[in-house]
Design a protein around this ligand. Structure first.
Ligand code: GDP
Length: 448
């Protein structure tokens, strides 16, 4: 297949020991020969000068040529490993363009890998997730997806849904009275098993999405309970102003921190209290807005404060809004009490000191639990919201199957299985449309 040849700098902008320019497309071998006067054997490193069209030496370095189809993109690919100077790398790109290449769009190398069947869509997305991952654990989960474990789990489920549907359709046509009960029992078993296994996969993907996508966490409470101190403690730096004077934090202060492998945006909010000060009132309005949008709310009580009533009312409000909360009882050092975490009515209450740091590890564990990240079981896959929606769509379709339907309306059940299959197939990108692909690859960096 004839493709136009694309070129881009594959290493980050700025200066470094090495900078890589990458080419992919039908014209690669020709361009490499024009720019180096040589074509090394496939997958061999060759030290060579890099030339412009006039034959002037721009730099020298290592050249690697990987003919398709066993290359990253599936096409002929070459990499020029030059010195990491943006001027030199720019000249190499220009020289390649003068020989007939064109600058690549963001993610275009990976898009070609997908279009040429080298990666499925979930793997292509895992490439971007691997590059963007912020913790070693998130990187490992992206690598699992890139190695195809997520895709393989989805493909296995698709096969099972299809087999179950085929067995069901066969039973509609051929079942005799004698075997009908056995077939029905078998269908019931498989339907429940599918529901269970889809739920497990959704759980693993949800964990993975948390690790890569992170979460917004609002820290709320009355003035002076230690909200800013807790944010600073978790951020490991003095992001928010700590003061003994109530009402210091009037606006929202954010900090992006990695807590228990999860990238969190912590939002320190204005203290909740009745006030006539218009600026503080605006701060409190913003606090409520941030709180309703947060994935998790950490609500702090100073055990000495006399405000338990307001606090209990807040907790009831979170519960009715379906919002996850953790209660922090701060300043245990003042009471000479030890740190602890206890669950009360399904909510973790963590007793700690933001000042000394005692009990922070308990809070981190509680945050992981609240956000569904299992500290012990690291089996998640990096996943995107579109994967979660697809898995949820498939699960909803299978959950809609009732025992009565299995017995009396097998055609309807078959339809639910079809819906589930389609939802799952969207993950690997089997029926992807151009808008979806454009959206996914536009978020990549250039050169990937
Ligand atoms: P905020 O208004 O809720 O943000 O509270 P701050 O973080 O500004 O803290 C208010 C005051 O409480 C400051 O004087 C802090 O040093 C103090 N404080 C915060 N956390 C602790 C703690 O765990 N123990 C003690 N003894 N003091 C604390």
């Amino acid at each position: 297949m004839n493709t136009d040849t694309i070129v881009a700098v594959a290493t980050p902008s700025g200066r470094g020991a090495i900078g890589i320019v990458r080419l992919s497309g039908s014209n690669t071998a020709h361009i490499v020969q024009r720019m180096t006067g040589t074509l090394p054997p496939p997958r061999h490193a060759r030290f060579t000068p890099f030339l412009d069209l006039a034959g002037d030496v721009l730099d020298d370095g290592i050249l690697i040529y990987c003919p398709g189809p066993y290359s990253y993109t599936g096409e002929d690919v070459a990499e020029f490993q030059a010195h990491g100077n943006p001027v030199i790398l720019g000249q190499l790109v220009q020289a390649a363009c003068a020989c007939g290449a064109r600058p690549a769009r963001p993610g275009e190398f990976t898009e070609r890998a997908f279009l040429n069947g080298r990666l499925d869509l979930a793997q292509a997305e895992a490439v971007a997730d691997l590059i963007a991952s912020q913790s070693a654990r998130a990187a490992r989960s992206a690598l699992r997806s890139l190695h195809g474990e997520f895709g393989a789990a989805v493909t296995a489920l698709i096969a099972r849904v299809q087999q179950t549907r085929a067995a069901l359709e066969a039973s509609i046509d051929f079942a005799d009275e004698l075997h009908a009960a056995d077939l029905l029992a078998e269908q019931r078993r498989e339907c429940f098993a599918l529901r269970h296994d889809l739920g497990v996969l959704l759980g693993r993907a949800t964990q993975g999405q948390r690790l890569s996508g992170g979460a917004n966490v609002a820290i709320i409470g009355e003035p002076n309970v230690g909200k800013s101190s807790l944010l600073n403690r978790l951020a490991g730096s003095d992001r928010a102003i700590v003061s003994e004077f109530p009402g210091t934090t009037r606006d929202l202060v954010d900090a992006d921190v990695l807590v228990g492998d999860i990238p969190l945006r912590l939002i320190d909010t204005a203290g909740l209290r009745q006030t006539e000060d218009p600026i503080e009132r605006e701060g409190i309005r913003r606090t409520h807005a941030a709180r309703t949008k947060a994935d998790l709310v950490i609500t702090i009580v100073d055990t000495d404060s006399a405000s338990r009533g307001t606090h209990d009312a807040l907790l009831a409000e979170f519960a009715s809004a379906g919002q996850t909360a953790i209660v922090v009882h701060n300043k245990i050092d003042l009471r000479q009490a030890g740190p602890k975490c206890e669950a009360v009515a399904g909510i973790d209450h963590v007793h700690l000191s933001a000042l000394t740091g005692a009990g922070i590890d308990l809070l981190i564990a509680a945050v992981q639990r609240a956000l569904g990240v299992d500290a012990e079981d690291e089996s998640e896959f990096s996943a995107r919201s579109r994967h979660l929606e697809a898995l949820q769509g498939a699960l909803t379709a299978i959950e809609a199957i009732t025992v009565d339907d299995l017995e009396q309306a097998p055609e309807l059940v078959a339809e639910h299985y079809r819906t589930a299959t389609q939802a799952l197939e969207a993950i690997a990108g089997r029926y992807s449309n151009e808008d979806l692909l454009g959206d996914i690859f536009a978020r990549f960096c250039i050169g990937k």
